[in-house]
Write a protein that binds this ligand. Structure first.
Ligand code: FES
Ligand code: FES
Length: 160
């Protein structure tokens, strides 16, 4: 099968993927780079399980064509902890506030929340709910998820 060479930044590192041009960013992350944090739920842009950040914006990687990633910067859940292993405030807050039940939606929830908090570290509850509106949790843990994001915002503000 014909392949294309796509170069971009992945979790801070310059990388090149040699993949068929029909592949999505999600398929490339999971099958070429073996990063399995982003999940495939619906595969059609409806559930948010595959959310990653591309150039500062949360995107559904299952419908993001890999050719469009050329030259961009991609962050996945694998890239948000510090190099020394210290968890990101969102990861800490999700653990401490029971924001994780089965965990299938968690990576996508955290990446949508990160895109929100990176731009607005003090969001209202409505802004949080809007920020994760594209992320479905079949375990219906939204109350704990919103509480986790509020707590993460607090942790981030304390650090500044
Ligand atoms: S798997 Fe991408 S939005 Fe559902
Ligand atoms: S924790 Fe199970 S889908 Fe959200």
């Amino acid at each position: 099968m014909k392949k294309v060479s796509i170069s971009f930044t992945l979790n801070g590192d310059k990388v090149t993927a040699e993949v068929p041009p029909s592949w999505t960013l999600l398929k490339t992350l999971r099958e070429y780079f073996e990063l399995t944090g982003p999940k495939e739920g619906c595969g059609t842009g409806e559930c948010g399980a595959c959310t990653v950040i591309v150039d500062g914006k949360a995107v559904n990687s299952c419908i993001f064509p890999i050719p469009e990633v050329e030259g961009k910067s991609v962050t996945t859940i694998e890239g948000i902890a510090s190099k020394d292993g210290t968890l990101h405030p969102l990861q800490k807050a999700f653990i401490e506030n029971n924001g994780v039940q089965c965990g299938f939606c968690t990576s996508g929830m955290i990446m949508s929340a990160k895109a929100l908090l990176d731009h607005n570290p003090d969001p209202t509850e409505d802004e949080i709910r809007t920020g994760i509106a594209g992320n479905l949790c079949r375990c219906t843990g939204y109350v704990q998820i919103v509480a986790s994001i509020e707590k993460a915002g607090e942790l981030i503000r304390q650090k500044k």
